[in-house]
Ligand binder design. Sequence first.
Ligand code: SF4
Ligand code: SF4
Length: 423
Amino acid sequence: MEYSVKFDYQDISQACVKCAKCIPTCTIHIANGDEATSPRGFLDLIGAYDRGELELDKNTKKIFESCFLCTNCVEVCPNDLPVDRMIENVRNDLREKFGLAWYKKLFFFLLRHRKIMDFMSKLGYVFQTCGFKIKEAGMKPRFSFPLIKKNRLLPSAMKKSFLNSHPEIIENGGKQKVGIFIGCMANYSYTSIGESLLDIFKELQIDAHLMKAQLCCSAPAYFTGDFKTTEYLAKYNIEYLEKQTKDLDAVIIPEATCSAMIKVDYPHFFEQNPEWKARAENINKKIFMATEWLHANTEIKSILEQKGKSSDIVTYHDPCHARKMQGIYQEPRDLISQNYVMKNMSNSNACCGFGGVTTQVENHEYAKVVGKIKADMIEETNADVVSAECSACRMQINDSMDRAELKTKFRNPIELIAKALKS
Ligand code: SF4
Ligand code: SF4
């Protein structure tokens, strides 16, 4: 396929010197202490697959689908081996061989069709109370469903999506013109993130452009190995962002995964396609994670300095797609610490255990093991709030905290900043 990166599986597999530096950091190895489900184990299997010594069957499918794509191994590997990207490519080979499960086909279809997704979300809102118990942090199934077991906390649907709740352009004085790429979870479930961004823009007299024709960044499909959907969504968003960014000072994204997908993974994905790679790199100049841009381009810090300090203790979790993939970790901390008491957790860089669609549906046992470790870290801090600029982390951490019966609330840093502005 023209859009798939043609890794030399053999070369990369053989470049692993078996130093084991990656093993203690590997999220799946922590959950399932088996050499096969470790970075060097994956590389060995990929080498054997490339030599024709290993057939992709149901068992190897399960192994390759177990990786959390947390990139911890990439960060520590002395040879910079792209284990995560190799696995993404093998998952695409698996998708070509076995096809996709029906629920993934349906989900990725909805991600490509915004209007139908809007309708399904509304339907979900109307009927969610029949099958789910609604809580502040989400909803819990009353019974076990085919794909979802009872007693796990999921994001609940909102009456109206964020994008459908406002006009396309909100004028606030025109100091700057900034687009919002909201991300699907903040659009349909955690809508207070977008509302908080609008409050911040109002305070800063920045015009908000909602860019309502945006589609999913494609991260769920990419991490599942559905490169066809990834190609469709990536090309669509690149074209759309090219047009939008012409008249905008910036586009900001309050979501680490969507931001990393667009800024880092689009150029990776189009490695073999120079035209689209260049176009992806070109739009990057105007795209930022929300705290990154607010920190560098506005007077938000000095405004927050004049606001009151809450006694609420906040601990910050570093999303894998923010710190490791984009180097963003100081900016949200700088902004939150103005108005809240910050307390570090023992390992803010440890993956929360979200893992992606397959992990959340088919390998949830692994997500629970990793999530318990994160919940314990949060509990040790006695924090009132755990924050991370990522709604995938929010979904996973909320579920883990619910299981551990913690009272700690989850807030995106954008929500904390907007709240502080009102103090
Ligand atoms: S990406 Fe994360 S879970 Fe996957 S092999 Fe690397 S460290 Fe392990
Ligand atoms: S750190 Fe890199 S070279 Fe060392 S065992 Fe892991 S993948 Fe292989």
